[in-house]
Each structure stands twice: as C-alpha cells, then as structure tokens.
Ligand binder design. Sequence first.
Ligand code: BG6
Length: 442
Amino acid sequence: MMRAFPKNFLWGVAASAYQTEGAVEKDGRGQSVWDVYAHTPGRTTNGDTADIACDHYHRYPEDIALMSGLGVKAYRLSTAWPRIYPHGKGQVNRRGLDFYDRVIDLLLHEGIEPWICLHHWDMPVAIEEKGGWRNRDTARIFADYAATVIAHFSDRVKRFAPINEPNVIPWVAYNVGRHAPGQQDYAACLAAIHTLNLAHGHTVKAVRAEAPKAEVGNIVSLGPVRPHYQDAAHEQAVVLGDCLWRRVTVDPLWLGIYPEPIASEIEPLIQGDDMDVISQKMDFFGLNHYNPVFVGPNPTTSFGISETPPPIGMGPLTDVNWVVDPDAFLEQIRDTSARYNKPVIYITENGASFADALTPDRKVIDPDRIAYFNAYLGRLLDAIEEGHDIRGYFAWSLMDNFEWGRGFSKRFGLVYVDYPTLQRIPKASYHWLSGVIGQNGL
Ligand code: BG6
C-alpha cells in the first residue's frame, strides 16, 4: 500500500558552491579559506582540491536537466561569498552575480524553485586574515555581502538561509581543526559561536529589509547526542556535547538564550542588543540530519569531551562510518518540534555515502542508498502523521562532490560523477527517488 506525502510537499535536492562549482579562478573569484586548506599538504584525503570539483560552473545546464529528470521542484544552492566579494567586502564582482543569474534563470525556466543559502563554508581569505568568525566585525561584513545577494535576487528567489550548519563551523573548523581554517583553539571556538549567531541575525534583518515577501530560516545539522559507553562520565559528556552540538547555535536563535552549561562562557562576549538581533523571527527551521552523534570524555581536548566513533557492533554504517538509524531521525524531528514550539520544518539535507562503483556497462547499482532513503522517508512520514509541520525534503546530494576533508573519496550523490571525464551517471537511487517523487509517496 502506498503511503502518501501531503499535497504540495516540496521535493528538492541540495548542494553547495565550493563542493560542486570548481572554476576557482574564473571571472574574478577571490580565494576562499577552503582553497588554502585543500592546497595545504596533508589536509584532505589524497590531497584532493576543489579546483575543478564537478565543474558545475560550466556544466550547470546539464545538472539542472538532471534535477528536472528527477522531478524535484526545488534546488538548495549556496552563493560563494568570494565570487561576489573577492576580498570579502568592498567592490562587488558583477561576474560573480552573473553566474548565479544564469543558474537561477534556468532553474525558474525549468519550474525549479531556487533556495539560496548565503554561506556554505567558503569564507574569503581576506576575511579570515582579519580573524574570520573569531572576529565579531565579521557578522556585519557578512550581512553586507548577504544584503547584496538578497537585493539582487529578491525578484526571483523567495527562500533564503543565512549560514549552512553554524553548529558545525565552530566545533569542526575552530576546535577540532579538521575543516578550514583548521584551528584548535577554545577561545576561537566560543567567539565563532557568537559571531555566527550575530551574522545570522543581521542577515535575517537584511532579508526583511531587502526582500519583504521572501521567507528566511536557519539551516542546522542535528542528531541525537549519545554516550559511547553507558557510564556516568559518558552521560556527563552527553550533557556538554548536546549543548555544544545541538543547542548553542539554535537556542539563541529560537529561544533568545544561550543554554547551560556553556552560557557563562559566552556571556562575556554579548554586547548591547545582541540577543535581540540574534533571535529575529524566522519563517522556517531547516533541519539537516544524517546520524546520531556519539561522545565521550576526553581530557586532552579543551572542552574535556570529544566525538567518538559509534560503539562497536552498532550498525549498519555508511561509508563515512555514520550509523544508519532512522529512529534517530524521528527522535530529532520530535525534539526540534517540541523545543522550538512547532516551527515549520524543511528537511534541508539528508542522505548517505556508500562506496559506489561503475559496472562494466557504466551503471551504478546502489541498493544501500535506496534502503537508507526508504527507511528515512518512512520515518519522515511517521513524523508528518504525528503532526509535526514538515513541508519539504531536500536530498543530499544531487551528485557526488568534494566532500570537504574527505575529498572525492566519499560519494553522497544520486548521480555518480566520473571525475576523470566529469561524466554524470544517474545511480539506481536516482531512478528510485524519481519514482517516489513522481507518485508523492512511498
Ligand atoms: C553536511 C554538509 O554536514 O554534511 C555538507 O552540509 C556535507 O556540505 C555533508 O557534504 C556530508 O558530510 P561530510 O563530512 O562527509 O562531508
């Protein structure tokens, strides 16, 4: 029996500028922190860089045709700050805007709604040199860039999100150091949390000013935080881990407060009306979800805890060692709905990496990914039936792309990218999902 999604449920795919575009020196683009990081020996798997990536910059018509073939009605893209302001601020690079004009006009022509995320981690180097997210001035500079983009596209784009996963950036880029700029600095991590929240707030205000008819929401990656072992020390680590991973970049936006036990650490950074700026009213909650997160005590880290691999024996796992646990997805949706007073939710990323291979006749058969989507979409239907206000679902990702520190070694796409030739080959999961979207049901 078919289980149907609600009428007008929005089906989409998500991707980001740096992971797909390539053309890093084209048309006046400035350098981003990720260009520097990826070119630093030892930082990415196999020394991969995104200089070419999927060459989406030139092949976007083919990629948009693939979206049409899949049947999606929305595409979540990010604009690259260094394409539009090569030095982060100052003179606008018109050719950067021109590229996104071409993409957005073609999307609209194909009946696909563009959703713009204004930052997916590719900060201009010139801004990082002035302290990046450690420097509170970056919040306003970012919002000025965002206002330029919002004003330019407000005639055609109706959904904006300021920053992709502000919970990941402080933790992974400034504390653990495995994302650009690769720092391991407690104070920098705390400062980044507050600057990112401020940048979010100023950008929400920019949307209201420049595009009063558009909607704006946050996009954050959340999953239940669990102990690696069942003991008191691990339970304690969960409290702090939960605060750092799930609450500290979401509670201020939706509840106007910093959560314990980290609030007292951030309070010295709060000035004037910061909390009002941060907690502007939003129209939707963008929830990225992949997996539950495991933590444990670790006295060698500045916070005294760290993320751990999943406990032994827990499975199945994806190719990046994330536990496949659809119940955790439902648990996360319930938590988001309850804690933030039943917001309108869009699932803005969900998907899985598996070790795909081309068959001799150049096909990709990926039953594990189909099983993953089938199970997660099943839980999404459960959540909708429970009454959570979920309006749409964006699969991550349309095609294989530059998976940050993992380079091209891991594949999340519905479409396989044969990197030597850049040929796109829709996987079995693409055809399967296209069927689900076509009948709007499982
Ligand atoms: C999300 C990001 O957190 O996870 C994506 O928004 C990313 O940009 C995806 O590609 C997969 O994660 P990872 O760590 O394997 O690159």
